[in-house]
Design a protein around this ligand. Structure first.
Ligand code: ZN
Ligand code: ZN
Length: 171
């Protein structure tokens, strides 16, 4: 089955080919050093500020920090990886300094295994609706970087549990 890995995940996702196809990518995050345990930085719990206007709010952002080598990998940025954020500018990229560290609710550990399941834009539709409108900014393969849905599963190796942490429909 053919699939297209989003550019920012190239080299850090072990693709689960049984659950990936031309519009879907699933797999676990593995650092370029081989490590599968990460700290997680995110703003999923940030409070929505209703005084901010269109394009002023921070989009959801999730990054993984390798426990072994310390590399930081961006996993998701709503401002870049959603149609509203990337094409329309509905939100902005959150500053990394505003992100908080995840802790396991059960054992307090800060190192996790991460799996992603991503539904991508339809390539043909993306070309017709986005690339044809703005060919200087977008190319056909960018469809793979714009998500319709993202699900993030987080597992605690200490507790042996895995939970669906984020399941977000995007437009
Ligand atoms: Zn690493
Ligand atoms: Zn735990």
């Amino acid at each position: 089955m053919s699939y297209t890995v989003p550019k920012h995940l190239k080299g850090i996702i072990a693709v689960d080919e049984d659950h990936s196809d031309e519009n879907n990518i699933a797999g676990k995050i593995v650092c370029t050093c081989g490590c599968e345990r990460f700290g997680i930085l995110h703003n999923n719990d940030a409070e929505y500020d209703s005084t901010l206007g269109y394009g002023e709010r921070d989009g959801l952002k999730v990054a993984a920090v390798c426990e072994n080598c310390g590399q930081k990998h961006l996993l998701f940025d709503e401002a870049k990886h959603s149609y509203d954020g990337c094409v329309c500018g509905s939100c902005k990229s959150a500053d990394d300094g505003s992100l908080e560290e995840m802790r396991c609710a059960d054992c307090g550990s800060g190192a996790f295994n991460i799996r992603l399941a991503i539904e991508q834009e339809d390539r043909q539709q993306f070309i017709e609706e986005v690339v044809s409108d703005d060919p200087e900014r977008f190319s056909p393969d960018d469809f793979a970087d714009i998500f319709d849905w993202i699900t993030i599963y987080v597992g605690c190796p200490e507790c042996g549990t895995e939970n669906e942490w984020i399941s977000l429909e995007l437009s």
